[in-house]
Design a protein around this ligand. Structure first.
Ligand code: HEC
Length: 102
């Protein structure tokens, strides 16, 4: 009985510790957003040459992507990207980047 209690408390402690650590890989948009890391840096933190996406508002990122999709400029790299995702996927990607530290 005492042993069960100790194990239970240890398990609860580990679960609490895990919950306190924000895990960026837990966001459902991360896998989609990882397609953008090559140019916009890991987690959108920028690489010095391309636009930094981390910490921008989801509304702005989503708006930009929607605009690029609607304009549909042939051959432009971001048009090709924007066209490749559904509306829900674009929202998930925008939400992911907006939650990364600036
Ligand atoms: C091959 C490189 C490359 C990849 C991969 C890429 N981008 Fe871009 N992105 C660019 C370039 C270059 C620009 C600036 C030129 C332009 O606006 O077309 C840009 C611009 C943007 C902008 C506009 C930024 C601003 O404030 O003007 C957004 C938003 C953006 N990208 C989001 C994304 C997202 C989301 C992905 C992944 C789905 C992605 N990009 C993947 C190269 C890339």
């Amino acid at each position: 009985m005492k042993r069960t209690l100790i194990i239970t408390l240890a398990t609860l402690g580990a679960a609490t510790a895990a919950a306190q650590q924000p895990d960026p890989s837990a966001h459902s948009g991360r896998l989609l957003a990882s397609n953008c890391f090559q140019c916009h840096g890991t987690d959108g933190r920028g690489d010095g040459s391309f636009e930094r996406l981390a910490g921008k508002s989801a509304k702005d990122i989503y708006g930009d992507l929607r605009e690029m999709k609607a304009e549909n400029k042939r051959g432009e790299i971001m048009t090709i990207h924007a066209l490749g995702y559904s509306d829900a996927q674009l929202r998930a990607i925008a939400d992911y980047f907006s939650k990364q530290p600036r």
